[in-house]
Write a new protein. Structure first.
Length: 368
């Protein structure tokens, strides 16, 4: 248990998300945490934070002695060096998603977490959503039976051309390291591996600038396969309207659909494989019944991760989203992009150096 009475938080990167996190803490929304300082070198200081110490240089903030923990909400490529610097300074760290742009940088960042007394977390706020938490409980308990097929279609990320023009770093290989997979979908890729584990192979098609005048992917269809034969399809885009967010899981004990605030389960009375083996009828199907779970909201989201981060520092509470787990969503995104580029099926674990070389080549030769 920490000797701290309250965690002094420094927010590095005061753009849209960083400012929202800072505002939440400053307004007293996170018990056990105070907003102690801000750092942002690319944005004029917001008057609403006028009473908070402000640094133009993030490293000066890290060395200032004013903070116990750093929340890093900068453009993606800065996550790794700033995270390493913060950990090396002896600070607790909460990293916005993705924790790094590519697997090799993830591994460098995670390796820098050498002091077990330091709390190192990731902002995977979708893990606080009660429907996903309940789904994980159903899977982990074995109640669903073995999973045979997964399909997640998340196409409600529609973005206009104006969105991509709003930030010079956005939707570029050099500035963001990718498109929909690195910006919009890290949460869903994290949930995928959190719920189902990592696949053994990935084969993907990524549409580069299919719907927008950008140099990175805005349309993805990926096929994933597991060692036990389970298959999955992941579909996402920022160019489709109105779009949908629908997760479908075919398991031994029935078909589960997650959409909106509900889980709908058409549950088999007899597991599918058992019925298949035992039934004497060629066209018979197991009897089913509907099981439904409805949730009033999406949970505590960002506030929930911040509160958990504070309690982990002060009281040793287990983390909802340890930063070390952030490598998996990045690896999935990297594998989809490299598979598409090579037009081949890739085996996991991904060759981190090969992907780093691919990314550097895209940066060096990127043209819209």
């Amino acid at each position: 248990m920490s000797e701290l009475q309250s965690v002094r938080l420094g927010v590095i990167g005061v753009g849209g998300m960083g400012a929202a996190h800072a505002r939440m803490v400053m307004d007293g929304g996170i018990e056990g945490m105070t907003l102690a300082a801000l750092a942002c070198g690319r944005r004029a200081r917001d008057p609403e934070f006028s009473g908070v110490p402000y640094f133009d240089d993030a490293h000066a903030l890290l060395r200032s002695g004013l903070i116990d923990a750093a929340l890093i909400a900068t453009p993606h490529y800065q996550h790794t060096p700033l995270g390493i610097a913060a950990l090396d300074t002896g600070l607790h760290v909460l990293m916005e998603k993705p924790i790094s742009v590519h697997k090799a940088d993830c591994e460098r960042l995670i390796a820098a977490h050498r002091d077990p007394r330091l709390v190192f977390a990731a902002m995977f706020n979708q893990r606080t959503d009660p429907k996903y938490r309940h789904l994980k409980q159903l899977i982990d308990s074995g109640e669903t039976g073995a999973i045979r097929r997964i399909q997640w279609t998340i196409t409600d990320w529609f973005r206009t051309d104006a969105y991509y023009r709003a930030g010079g770093w956005r939707a570029t290989w050099a500035g963001e390291g990718g498109g929909v997979l690195l910006n919009q979908c890290p949460h869903q890729l994290d949930l995928w591996q959190w719920l189902f584990g990592m696949p053994s192979t990935v084969r993907a098609h990524c549409g580069i600038g299919r719907f927008h005048d950008i140099e990175v992917e805005d349309d993805v269809t990926a096929f994933l396969e597991y060692h036990d034969g389970t298959t999955g399809v992941f579909v996402t885009t920022t160019g489709e309207a109105p779009g949908v967010n629908r997760l479908e899981i075919a398991a031994e004990n029935g078909l589960i659909t997650v959409q909106g605030t509900s889980i709908r389960w058409r549950r088999n009375e007899v597991p599918a494989s058992e019925f298949r083996r035992q039934s004497p009828e060629p066209f018979a199907r197991p009897e089913t019944r509907w099981v439904e779970f409805d949730f009033p909201d999406a949970g505590d989201q960002h506030a929930g991760i911040l509160r958990n981060f504070a309690r982990a520092i002060l009281h040793g509470e287990p983390l909802i989203a340890p930063a070390a787990e952030g490598v998996h969503s990045v690896e999935l995104a990297n594998a989809m992009l490299l598979s598409s580029q090579r037009r081949e099926t890739l085996s996991l674990p991904l060759d981190a150096a090969a992907y780093a070389d691919f990314l550097q080549a895209k940066i060096a030769g990127a043209t819209i």
